[in-house]
Design a binder for this molecule. Sequence first.
Ligand SMILES: [Zn+2]
Ligand SMILES: [Zn+2]
Length: 254
Amino acid sequence: MALSAASLSDERLAKIERVHLLISHAHWDHWEGLKDAEWLWRKGNGIALSIMGPKEALDAINKAFSPPSFVPLDILAIGTVASLSLVELSAGESTQLPGATVDALALHHYSGIAPHKRFLDTLGYRLSIEGGPTIAYICDHEPTAETSEMEKTAVASADLAIIDASYSDVSEHAFGHGSIESVAQLARSFPDVPVMAAHHGPLRSDEQIEEAAQRHGEGLERFSLAVEGASLDWDADAGRFVPTGTSPLAVASG
Ligand SMILES: [Zn+2]
Ligand SMILES: [Zn+2]
């Protein structure tokens, strides 16, 4: 899960008691922002921090936060956070947090090409807030016939689904990633659920991404691209997410 380096005001920070950071897998792009979130390491912030994820990912983080590359997490925690814990999660596990439940989903993700293909222990998450929304976060993930049931179950029970769309088309699927087309197909099966195509491939231009979203998202009113700066508010009375500010919820409706 990417972590913003954006700063927080002292006033806002003072209201935060706990942070549960859900890490999906060991790849750099999902946790390197941990060192840049300066508010998390601000002196005396009083936050109880839990970093949760597969053992493989937690081991990778600990290794990277070691001399000579960086400062160990438990040293960073001295005088900054109130507490620091690393919590191992496994696929199929359900974990109770204060006011929320996290279900860990098994994702299909790997790097390299045979004979150098290497599978990663990768988790998606379904976060259910008591009296609030359920959010499905599925990245990084290459959908297959075998994973179809997991994807459908996750989206069917969600008020918002955020899913790997690294490529444009299903024919391009590789390296354990899906496409805007595969996410749109899923969105078509659940037209009432807001589904966001996310984790856009770094070599894709905005034009390529928007073209694929238009082509595959034709007629899907609640399908959209996850874009930087977009934000949604939970409307408790209506029981649905609504866009805040100028962020459109549906950018790909035809
Ligand atoms: Zn990855
Ligand atoms: Zn990734």
